[in-house]
Ligand binder design. Structure first.
Ligand code: FES
Ligand code: FES
Length: 178
C-alpha cells in the first residue's frame, strides 16, 4: 500500500474494488513473486503497491505518455493499461532490472553521456522502450529508434540526445559481443 511506502510520494494509489482476489505468479527482474491481487489493479499499481518498485512512473495514467513503460514477456507495454491479473505467468523487466547491482547498463550509461535526460521523469519508460528495441534489433536505424520511442513523451530534451544515446548504446552493445 502506498500509505505505508517510504517512497509514497511516487506511489500510484489504487482503490480496492472489494471483488474476490486473483492469485497470480510472475517474475520481475529475475525474482519470482506470488500475489493475490484485486481484479481492477493495474500492473503499474502492482509494481508500486505490492513490490515497492517505484522507478516506473505514472504520467497520464491512460496510455498516452509512455512514462509507465515496462517490458512484459519481451515487449514494451504501458503498465498503466495492463491489469495485474494479466501478469500471471509473465516475465517482467522494469528500470530497476536494467543494471547489474550498482553498475548501470550500457544503455543507462549512454543516456547520461549524451545528456538524454533533464528532469528524468520520462527516462525509465524511455529506457524500457529502447531496451525492448535493442533486444529485437541490435542495429537499429534512426527511423527504427524514433518508431520505438514514438509512444514515450519527453518535455525536456527535444529527443535528439535520446536518439543519439540509443544509437551509441546499440554500437557499444554490439562491440561488447565481439
Ligand atoms: S502513465 Fe501509462 S502511458 Fe502515461
Ligand atoms: S527528461 Fe524531462 S520529460 Fe524527458
Amino acid at each position: 500500500m502506498c500509505s505505508t511506502a517510504k517512497n509514497k510520494g511516487n506511489c500510484v494509489e489504487y482503490t480496492d474494488s472489494g471483488l474476490p482476489k486473483i492469485a497470480i505468479g510472475f517474475e520481475v527482474n529475475g525474482d519470482r513473486f506470488e500475489k493475490h491481487v484485486d481484479p481492477t489493479m493495474t500492473l503499474l499499481q502492482l509494481l508500486h503497491n505490492e513490490l515497492k518498485l517505484f522507478g516506473t512512473k505514472e504520467g497520464c495514467g491512460e496510455g498516452e505518455c509512455g512514462a509507465c513503460s515496462v517490458i512484459l514477456n519481451g515487449k514494451a507495454v504501458n503498465s498503466c493499461l495492463v491489469l495485474a491479473a494479466e501478469a500471471d505467468d509473465a516475465t517482467i523487466l522494469t528500470v530497476e532490472g536494467l543494471g547489474q547491482g550498482n553498475e548501470l547498463s550500457i544503455l543507462q550509461q549512454e543516456f547520461i553521456k549524451y545528456d538524454a535526460l533533464q528532469c528524468g521523469f520520462c527516462t525509465p519508460g524511455m529506457l524500457m522502450s529502447a531496451r525492448s528495441l535493442l533486444d529485437r534489433q541490435p542495429n537499429p536505424s534512426d527511423e527504427e529508434i524514433k518508431e520505438a520511442i514514438a509512444g514515450n513523451f519527453c518535455r525536456c530534451t527535444g529527443y535528439v540526445p535520446i536518439i543519439e544515446a540509443i544509437r551509441s548504446a546499440a554500437t557499444r552493445e554490439r562491440e561488447a559481443l565481439i
